[in-house]
Design a protein around this ligand. Structure first.
Ligand code: KIV
Ligand code: ZN
Length: 513
């Protein structure tokens, strides 16, 4: 019989711990709605004790989602648990997720606590959380480097105290699949009451083994996988949702397990996460990378024409990847745009639609075929990523070439006030960035700059991503435009706006508070 494997998505919590990936409340809400439609069982919305911004985002998500369990992370203190509960108390299906480290190295150097004290702390936390809500998950942080018998002891104790899920994290991405699988089997056979809780795993990708470890654990009896879209997360990231889901989906005879994920929503969700966070998916990324379904070798193409299954183990349509559809052109009206955006999952207000419609008309003047990817970029830029706008691009003129000094003249608004100026650099992008920095009085360091095309064709929009650092704050900016210098300026300005947002809303992470 096919068993169910629960998908616990932590894109909004652990995923947000990717350097520079912080999201604002509107972005988190949009993503949460998408994840609910995707079919995740549990959505970890954030860590309410970390900041007021996190508390607010978790509360909004908790109020909005109707079918999905909404989890809030907390350490074991009463204050943290109260804050988590405060944020999710109005959820249709609330869950408190409390954690404490269990490895000797964490106990000795970080917590300075004995094993017995840690067990008591975990029991107290779960018992208290249980007075607030029935669904309580307990995580043994750095579990993969913890003593196995101690893990069984603490899991047994928290299950007795009411935990409905016990989670084994490979916090530092140290585990090896066979070892991790043995650990899961050990826990299953040496924790007397384990059948009263769901055993979950949560892996990080420091050795590139997060998906392999998660699948090995599932094979060994774990029944919940903690994952993020595109595998984003702290350091090298977390287990990627799409890899685990498509592995069980593509190999049903091996796993005999299913998830509730609507696989055809995987690709649009991956795009949305990339657009919102500004984190580009590497082209060779399994399942959702640009090359994941591209067959270059002649011998492969020949086989594919004869029967796609010769070289393709899953069809692109299964994950919602279809050829760019011609959707709208310059004669399309507001109603057509509204209807199509709704089909894509964007339910915009009248004011938002007006804004997007104006930009759509501009784009349709420059570009004949406006496809889904273009609309996605417009909505992300105009609605999702521009909640707190301090700096806005009004006008830009750049000259460059083989025999002229690259120059940029730019007009911006800063908090609604117009400023203009000119500057030069050693190329058009450099001159635009120098001028913007001068006009805004900012001195952020450009850590990364990347440009790619949103679609095929020479009239495709360029998509630029920048990573900026200012006084220790790191932000990702993105911008798109048929003109890549304009796209670059938009990305830079977007990054500066996000740094301003971070100054107002400092982000603290689970591992650092
Ligand atoms: O990696 C980790 O240990 C975590 C816990 C808080 C579950 O993210
Ligand atoms: Zn983690």
């Amino acid at each position: 019989m096919t068993e169910h494997i629960k998908i616990f998505d932590t894109t909004l919590r652990d995923g947000e711990q990717s350097p520079g990936a912080s999201m604002n409340t509107a972005e988190k809400l949009r993503l949460a709605t998408q994840l609910e439609s995707l079919g995740v069982d549990t959505l970890e919305a954030g860590f309410p004790a970390a900041s007021d911004g996190d508390f607010e985002a978790v509360s909004e998500i908790a109020k909005k989602l109707k079918r999905t369990e909404v989890a809030a992370l907390s350490r074991t203190s009463v204050g943290d648990i109260d804050r988590a509960w405060g944020a999710i108390q109005h959820a249709a299906r609330p869950k408190i997720h409390t954690f404490i480290a269990t490895s000797d190295i964490h106990l000795e150097y970080k917590l300075k606590m004995s094993r017995d004290a840690v067990v008591q702390e975990a029991i107290n936390a779960v018992s208290y959380a249980k007075t607030l809500t029935n669904e309580v998950e307990f995580s043994a942080e750095d579990g993969s480097r913890s003593d196995r018998d101690f893990l069984c002891k603490i899991f047994e104790a928290v299950i007795e105290a009411g935990a409905t899920v016990v989670n084994l994290p490979d916090t530092v991405g140290y585990a090896i699949p066979t070892e991790f699988s043995e650990m899961v089997k050990y826990i299953k056979t040496h924790t007397p009451n384990i059948d009263r809780a769901t055993l979950s795993v949560h892996c990080h990708n420091d050795l590139g083994l997060a998906t392999a470890n998660t699948l090995a654990a599932i094979d060994a009896g774990a029944r919940q996988a903690e994952v993020t879209i595109n595998g984003i997360g702290e350091r090298a990231g977390n287990t990627s949702l799409e890899e685990v889901v498509m592995a069980t989906h593509t190999r049903p005879n091996w796993f005999s397990l299913d998830t509730r994920i609507k696989t055809e929503m995987i690709y649009p969700t991956s795009r949305l996460v990339s657009m919102i966070t500004g984190i580009i998916v590497q082209p060779n990324k399994a399942i959702v990378g640009a090359n994941a379904f591209a067959h270059e070798a002649g011998i492969h193409q020949d086989g594919m024409l004869k029967n796609p299954m010769t070289y393709e183990i899953m069809s692109p349509e299964t994950i919602g990847l279809s050829k760019n559809k011609l959707v709208l052109g310059k004669h399309s009206g507001r109603h057509a745009l509204h209807t199509h955006l709704k089909e894509m999952g964007y339910d915009l207000s009248d004011a938002e639609l007006n804004k997007v419609f104006r930009q759509f008309k501009d784009l349709a003047d420059k570009k004949k075929h406006v496809v889904d990817e273009d609309l996605e970029a417009l909505v992300t830029e105009e609605i999702l990523r521009t909640q707190e706008v301090v700096f806005e691009l009004e006008y830009m003129h750049v000259t460059s070439g083989t025999t002229v000094l690259p120059m940029a003249s730019i007009q911006l608004t800063i908090n609604g006030r117009s400023v203009k100026g000119a500057g030069y650099g050693n190329g058009p992008v450099d001159s635009a960035f120098n001028t913007i920095a001068k006009l805004t009085g900012t001195s952020s360091e450009l850590l990364r700059f990347s440009v790619s095309a949103l679609t095929g064709g020479t009239d495709a929009q360029g998509e630029v991503t920048v990573r900026l650092r200012d006084n220790g704050l790191v932000a990702l900016g993105r911008g798109s435009d048929p003109d890549i210098i304009t796209a670059s300026a938009k990305a830079y300005i977007n990054g500066l706006n996000r740094i301003e947002f971070l100054k107002e809303n400092p982000v603290k992470h689970a591992q650092s508070v």
